[in-house]
Structures are given as structure tokens and as C-alpha cells.
Design a protein around this ligand. Structure first.
Ligand SMILES: Nc1nc2c(c(=O)[nH]1)N[C@H]1C(S)=C(S)[C@@H](COP(=O)(O)OP(=O)(O)OC[C@H]3O[C@@H](n4cnc5c(=O)[nH]c(N)nc54)[C@H](O)[C@@H]3O)O[C@H]1N2
Ligand SMILES: Nc1nc2c(c(=O)[nH]1)N[C@H]1C(S)=C(S)[C@@H](COP(=O)(O)OP(=O)(O)OC[C@H]3O[C@@H](n4cnc5c(=O)[nH]c(N)nc54)[C@H](O)[C@@H]3O)O[C@H]1N2
Ligand code: SF4
Ligand SMILES: [Mo]
Length: 740
């Protein structure tokens, strides 16, 4: 995506959600004139949502931080970048010297996945710090899917996504792509693609405790008791065996563990599961038959199935269904993208690998296992609070707002105030960063170059796109990759004045030495004209699956070619990749990993659990993004959105009125919410969006504060986790609703 300076029309991949739409941005000197969808984008073809347009408000937001802020006597004052790094060195280094490496924790949030500087350089900082205390939004989100995929296919990011352009049947569980625009499935314009699919005669079925926006464009919708997806999924797998519907097809010779799965699901007949998940046995059987007999079918599940007690089991069973019906890695089924760069399932020897390991260490207080190098974010507060060797004394927060995004933010807030030192790299003074001693401002996305590392690995179609920076950055404002490298330099004992370019070359060179010892020096020399992310992108593209191999394949990709292609380069529809993409030690799909089979004991023991009178679930809105987009005027306008949706019959039974106020109570915690009645809700379920509650003291978000909303997570428990992945339970929690 080259940026045509003359006409002042530039192109940028939108960083605000996983759909990664191509934007066309008109700029004059230092102003953004307009933002719209880029029609020529090979991947998104002009699609845009209201959030894409809000990048202008974000860039111009007067509350967006532009200089480092140091807390002095409880008030933030602006300081220079050099002063800021000197202060970090002065305060961080003695903490490590006195308390050891684990005393410094990091917590990194969702926007980092969309910011190449943060994503690429966080691992360098983490390595330099050498602490076990690494936390992220992944354990509020997709860790179960990554764990299940890793166990089955051998790498953490081998996530199969629906091939929507060729599918005939799609079962969507606990996801609302009409609003979220897709997650672990990069699919701009889901609405248009779903419409096309149905126009071809395809069918979409949605399983959700709320008749969601996605359910409203589907052929069928079934309510499910929140948190009970595992019972439905087990009933489906059981039916496939019971009714002789198993067809692995081509995957037969590449799959281990079919017989173990058969034995494991024997006890979970649909007739037994029906009451537990609130879906009739006949419906479960019919769904299994539809999946097995459709020509091309895919099961797709997301946040509703991850943020619950059985997150990893659900994520696993989704792909068990895809495998057993012959739809995994098949056209029109659930397929594996082949990203042009950075995909672990394209690196190293094809078809075999080391697989994944977990539990290399455990959290100190709750003994939670490490997964993907991280500990559960719900362990952060207790690790700060609990004295003893290994206690967290300092925290670096990066593009994360766990005070709102994670359960029991009140406890975390109090804990953050007990730290000896906290640094935040963020663009706002918000609910989390107000606790920092020092805030280093990140950049406006429009000031950064961009190449998607993560989302190409989950894309409905293969492609390569690059974005140049759209707007100039202030001369003294370092890009985020340099901020992280300077922190790494401090952690390595190289001092606040470390030469970031030299350190970058050193670390990149060392990586090359490990990866390709024989060619490392030559490659480093060939890339000497580049630094930072660009150098790594060039290397990854040229050595990637479509790469020019430094000239060996002259028609292959390199950075210059991708940059030159306005709208990016289309690399075609997904293609079958098994066995080549597997990285399990067996070289097979592991359909029955013992960790998962063993975990079924928990399901068996919960079979008879009665439904609570009322449970709470979350909700997303098109004009909102987690906790931090409520300060953008173009998104903030319109009706009040932080309402509690309940079914009219529940409202009547509990004496609640539409528009009236009610208390939501979970033990000692309670919120006052505005009720909105709607028959889109399942009875016994209340839905409240997360990411609100901007009424905490000391934040600097004028627009957001005007309509603060309430914080759903303030109700939830930080002790509830999926024990395998460490993911927080954010859905299906029992609450009491009482009129005020
Ligand atoms: N109850 C409930 N809770 C949930 C969820 C739910 O469904 N229900 N969803 C969960 C999910 S899926 C997620 S991903 C998490 C998100 O959890 P977090 O990542 O902790 O939360 P965000 O609200 O995305 O906060 C992002 C932070 O990054 C900052 N930021 C934004 N852009 C930039 C940038 O360019 N650079 C820098 N340095 N900082 C930036 C923002 O100011 C904000 O502080 O929330 C989770 N919480
Ligand atoms: N507009 C907007 N887009 C976003 C975000 C945003 O905040 N706003 N956040 C982004 C992020 S970080 C993520 S991770 C993705 C998430 O993307 P999605 O997974 O599509 O997330 P949601 O829109 O929350 O949809 C989850 C659905 O699960 C349902 N649900 C809740 N509990 C259960 C349950 O127990 N079982 C079942 N079957 N369903 C359940 C909810 O009613 C809801 O309809 O969205 C991304 N896109
Ligand atoms: S759908 Fe997502 S990527 Fe596309 S414009 Fe909206 S926020 Fe940006
Ligand atoms: Mo997320």
C-alpha cells in the first residue's frame, strides 16, 4: 500500500479490530480530511465500520497523551523523554537488584496485537526482563483456543477458520461477528459474506443466549444456557459416533485418537445433555446430522465459548467436530490460512515439530500453570498483594486496561497502588494508567507503519498488505518499538541512553544466528539498509512461504513488492495444508490430547448442576471497542448503550421496568444498572456490555466521563478460571437482579 503524497490520498490497514479493513484516508498537510473504505483493497474491498472513521477523532483527541507524564506528589506533570527513561532506570534497576527478576511484571493488552512495534518488540523486552510474571488480555479472551489448537496441531496460532466463501453450512457458537466483525477469524464484511452464502443456498445456525445481530441474519438460532456449550458440543460429537456419521476422509491417515474420543464421549448422549444446555436432544441430533451431511460445513466458536469454565474443552470440541465430519482442512470447511510472513506453521520443517509445552512454571500464590509463556491475568492482583520471595514490586503495563477489562478491578486498583513502581505505555490517562508513576505515550496508529503479523494467520483469504505512516510524528516522540527497546536496554543493564538501533541490530543478528547460522551474516548485511520492524518484515516476507528467498525465487514476494501494491497483494483462497502445517511431534492431528480427555471429569461431575435463577453475560456494540474507545465523539454519540438487557417476563417477575434502574448483585459486589427489556434475551439471562465504568477518580477522558456507564467486571470474580488455559470466566456468572 504505497502512499501517494501528491494527491494526499493514503491507505492504511485499520488497527481497531481484527477485520483489518483497508482504509482510504484523505489528508492535507497535518489534517485528516476523510476516512473511508478502500475500494481497491484486495482483502476488504471497501468495507468499513463506524470505528474505522473514528481514527480521525483518535488522532485529534485532545486527551490522547503526547508527552511522558511523571507523578509528583500525586499529580502528573509532563517531562521529556530522556528524563522519563532516566527515571525508569533509577527506579527499576534497584528493584531487580534487591528482589530479583520476577519482581518486575508486565501486562499487555489487546491493542498490542494491532500495533507492530508493540507486538514485535514486547518479546524482546520480556526476554530482557526474564520474569515469569507475564500477563496479558489473552487470558480474558482467546487463550483456550490457542491452547486447544496448540495441542491438536502443534503451534499456538494454528487456528482453523471458516472458509465462508465456499461453505454451505456454518454453525456459529458464542460469537457475534455482525457486531465484533469477527475474532480469530479475520473476515471484513461478515454481513455481505453471510448474505452471499445464503444466496447460494447455504445455511447459518447460531447458538447464543441472546438472539444476537448475527442470529438475526441466520437461518436458525437456539438459546443456550450460558456456560453450557461443552454439554452441547459433547452431545454433538456423541451423535456423530452414535449415528455412524464419522467421515474423516483425507484426514484419516493424519489423525491420532479417534477411538479415544469415541470412548470419552460415550456417556454424553444428547438426551442427557439436553436439560443441562437447554437445547432439546432432537435439535442436537439434527445439528449433528446437518454438519455431517452438508457438502461443506464449518463450526466456528468464539468469546462466549472461551470466557467460561470449560473454555479449552469447548475450543477443542469445535475442531473435533470439524475433523470428524471431514470438514477440517477441506474447502468450504474450517481451514488454515497460510500467512505470507511470521506464521509459526510455515517456519521450520514441514509436517512435524516439537508441539507446545505448558506448565514450565506456576504462579506463586494460586499455583496456576504457565500457558504460552503467560500466567492468568486474574492472578496479577494476588501476586502483588502477597508478600514473600517472588512478590511483584514493579509493573510495566502496555496498551492494557485491566482495571476495567479484568474481573474485580477494584482489587487490582488497590494492589497497583501498593507497587514500588509502575510504568504504563499507553495513549490515555485512564482507569489503569492513573496508578502509574510514569506514563509513556504510545503513538497514534496513523503515525505508525503497519504490517499484520497476527491477523493474516486467521484470515478468510491469504494476502499481504503494508501501510506506510499516514501522519508525521513529533520529532522527539519515539515509535513504540524504540520505547520497548529502551526499556529492554535498561533491563539488560545497558542504561537509559542505550543506542536503540545498535541494540536492535544485535538482537536481530542473534536471532538470525540461532535460526540460520550459516547465512546469518550475509542476511544481516543484505538487510543493513533497514531497521526496526521493517527489517524484520522484509526478512520474514522474503523467507516466507511466498518469498523471493533473497533472489532464488525471483517471482516471490519481498517488502518492496508489497509496498508497491496499492490495496495489497491477494494470495488466493485458503488451500488444504495438512500434513504440511502440522508441528506436532507425531506429525499427526492429536484429536485426543490427554490433558483434555482428563478434563472431562469436571464435566461429568457438573452434569446435574441446576441453572441459577439469573446469570449475567457480556455484549459488544459496533460503536465501542473494549474499554478505550468511549472518548471518541463520533462513536460516543447516540443512545446510552451500557444497559442491562433482560427478557420482559423476567422483568415482570422481578418487578423491573424498561428504562428503570435495578441492582445487579454478586455476593458483596453490586452495580446499579439501567434496565432494557427485550425478547432477544433468553429467560434467566441478563446481558451487560463490558469496558464501561469511566467514573473513577483521576482519569483524563472528558468525553468518556460524561457517560461513564458501569463496569460489568466489577461484579465478576477473579478466582474463576478455566484451569487448563487460565482464562477468566466472564460469562454465565450467577447474579441477583433487584429493582431499586
Ligand atoms: N466481562 C468481560 N470482560 C472482558 C471481555 C468480555 O467479553 N467480557 N472481553 C475481553 C477481551 S476479548 C479483551 S481482548 C480484553 C481487553 O483488555 P485490555 O487490552 O486490557 O483492554 P482494552 O480496553 O482493549 O484497553 C486497551 C488499552 O490500550 C490503550 N491503547 C489503545 N491504543 C493504543 C496504542 O496504540 N498504543 C498504546 N501504547 N496503548 C494503546 C488504551 O488506552 C487502553 O488503556 O477485555 C476483556 N474483558
Ligand atoms: N464493535 C466491537 N468489536 C469488537 C470488540 C468490541 O469491543 N466492540 N472487541 C474485539 C475483541 S477484543 C474480541 S475478542 C472480539 C470478540 O468477538 P465475538 O466473539 O464475536 O464477541 P461478542 O460480540 O462478544 O460475541 C459473543 C457472543 O457470545 C454470546 N455468549 C455469551 N455467553 C455465552 C455462552 O456461554 N455460550 C454461548 N454460546 N454464547 C455466549 C454473547 O451473547 C455474544 O452474542 O470482538 C472484537 N471486535
Ligand atoms: S470492521 Fe474493524 S477493521 Fe474494519 S473499519 Fe471497523 S474497526 Fe476497522
Ligand atoms: Mo479480545
Amino acid at each position: 500500500m504505497s502512499n501517494d503524497v501528491e494527491s494526499n490520498t493514503v491507505h492504511r490497514i485499520c488497527p481497531l479490530c481484527e477485520a483489518a479493513c483497508g482504509l482510504e484516508i484523505k489528508v492535507s498537510k497535518h489534517d485528516i480530511i476523510s476516512i473511508r473504505g478502500h475500494e481497491e483493497d484486495v482483502f476488504s474491498h471497501g468495507y468499513i465500520c463506524p470505528k474505522g472513521v473514528s481514527l480521525k477523532d483518535l488522532h485529534n483527541d485532545p486527551d490522547r497523551l503526547r508527552t511522558p507524564l511523571l507523578k509528583r506528589d500525586g499529580r502528573f506533570v509532563p517531562i521529556s523523554w530522556d528524563e522519563a527513561f532516566a527515571e525508569i532506570e533509577r527506579r527499576l534497576v534497584p528493584i531487580v537488584a534487591q528482589h530479583g527478576r520476577n519482581a518486575v511484571a508486565t501486562v499487555i493488552g489487546n491493542p498490542a496485537a494491532h500495533k507492530i512495534g508493540l507486538l514485535m518488540y514486547f518479546p524482546r523486552l520480556a526476554r530482557a526482563l526474564g520474569s515469569h510474571n507475564v500477563f496479558s488480555a489473552s487470558t480474558l479472551d482467546q487463550m483456550p483456543k490457542q491452547l486447544a489448537s496448540g495441542l491438536m496441531f502443534g503451534t499456538w496460532t494454528s487456528v482453523a477458520v471458516p472458509d465462508i466463501e465456499r461453505a454451505d453450512f456454518m454453525l456459529i457458537i458464542g460469537a457475534n461477528p455482525m457486531v465484533s466483525n469477527g475474532s480469530l477469524w479475520t473476515v471484513p464484511d461478515f454481513r455481505g459474506k453471510a448474505r452471499d452464502m445464503r444466496a447460494r443456498g447455504g445455511k447459518i445456525v447460531v447458538i447464543d443466549p441472546r438472539r444476537s445481530e448475527t442470529a438475526s441474519v441466520a437461518d436458525a438460532h437456539h438459546f443456550i444456557r450460558p456456560g453450557a456449550d461443552v454439554f452441547l458440543l459433547l452431545g454433538l460429537v456423541h451423535t456423530l459416533f452414535d449415528e455412524g456419521l464419522i467421515r474423516l476422509g483425507r484426514l484419516e491417515e493424519f489423525t491420532n485418537g479417534v477411538e479415544q474420543v469415541r470412548l470419552a464421549v460415550q456417556e454424553f448422549s444428547p438426551e442427557k445433555m439436553a436439560a443441562r444446555c437447554a437445547i432439546p436432544a432432537a435439535t442436537i441430533r439434527e445439528l449433528a446430522q446437518q454438519l455431517a451431511t452438508a457438502k461443506h460445513a464449518a463450526v466456528y466458536a468464539r468469546i462466549g465459548t472461551c470466557t467460561q469454565e470449560y473454555g479449552t474443552l469447548c475450543s477443542w470440541l469445535v475442531d473435533v467436530l470439524n475433523v470428524l465430519t471431514g470438514n477440517l482442512d477441506a474447502e468450504g470447511g474450517a481451514m488454515f490460512p497460510k500467512a505470507a510472513a511470521f506464521a509459526p506453521n510455515t517456519i521450520g520443517k514441514p509436517g512435524i515439530g516439537r508441539g507446545i509445552v505448558t506448565a514450565r512454571h506456576h504462579s506463586r500464590v494460586s499455583n496456576a500453570p504457565e500457558v504460552m509463556g503467560e500466567l492468568p491475568i486474574t492472578c496479577l492482583a494476588e501476586e502483588i498483594e502477597t508478600p514473600g520471595s517472588g512478590q511483584i514490586k514493579a509493573l510495566i503495563s502496555i496498551a492494557g486496561n485491566p482495571v476495567l477489562s479484568a474481573p474485580n478491578g477494584q482489587r487490582l486498583s488497590a494492589a497497583l497502588d501498593d507497587l514500588d513502581f509502575m510504568v504504563s505505555i499507553d495513549i490515555y490517562l485512564n482507569e489503569t494508567t492513573r496508578h502509574a508513576d510514569l506514563i509513556l505515550p504510545g503513538s497514534s496508529p496513523l503515525e505508525d507503519l503497519h504490517y499484520d503479523i497476527v491477523f493474516q494467520q486467521f484470515s478468510y483469504r491469504n494476502h499481504a498488505r503494508y501501510s506506510e505512516p499516514v501522519m508525521p510524528r513529533a520529532a522527539d516522540h519515539p515509535p513504540e518499538w524504540q520505547i520497548l527497546l529502551r526499556l529492554a536496554g535498561i533491563a539488560m543493564g545497558r542504561g537509559a541512553q542505550v543506542d536503540v538501533h545498535q541494540l536492535d541490530t544485535e538482537l536481530f543478528g542473534a536471532e538470525l544466528q540461532r535460526a540460520i547460522p550459516a547465512q546469518a551474516d550475509a542476511v544481516l548485511a543484505a538487510l543493513a539498509h533497514l531497521t526496526g520492524p521493517e527489517r524484520q518484515i522484509e526478512f520474514a516476507l522474503r523467507t516466507g512461504p511466498y518469498g523471493d528467498m533473497f533472489g532464488q525465487k525471483p517471482n516471490g514476494l519481498n517488502l518492496a513488492k508489497v509496498k508497491a501494491a496499492t490495496g495489497g497483494i491477494d494470495l488466493g483462497a485458503m488451500q488444504a495444508r495438512i500434513p504440511e502445517m502440522l508441528r506436532t511431534p507425531s506429525g499427526k492431528i492429536e484429536l485426543a490430547p490427554s490433558m483434555l480427555i482428563d478434563d472431562l471429569k469436571r464435566v461429568t461431575s457438573a452434569l446435574d448442576q441446576a441453572a441459577p435463577d439469573m446469570v449475567i453475560i457480556g455484549r459488544r456494540h459496533v460503536r465501542s471497542g473494549n474499554s478505550w474507545m468511549h472518548n471518541l465523539p463520533i462513536l460516543a454519540k447516540g443512545p446510552y448503550r451500557c444497559t442491562a438487557l433482560v427478557h420482559p417476563s423476567d422483568a415482570e417477575r422481578l418487578g423491573l421496568s424498561d428504562g428503570g434502574m435495578a441492582k445487579v448483585i454478586n455476593g458483596q459486589r453490586e452495580l446499579e444498572v439501567q434496565i432494557e427489556t427485550s425478547d432477544e434475551m433468553m429467560r434467566g439471562v441478563v446481558s451487560l456490555p463490558h469496558g464501561w465504568g469511566h467514573d473513577l477518580a483521576g482519569i483524563q477522558m472528558a468525553v468518556a466521563s460524561e457517560r461513564a456507564g458501569v463496569n460489568l467486571n466489577a461484579l465478576l470474580d477473579d478466582s474463576l478460571r478455566d484451569p487448563l488455559s487460565g482464562n477468566a470466566v466472564l460469562s454465565g456468572v450467577a447474579v441477583e437482579l433487584r429493582a431499586c
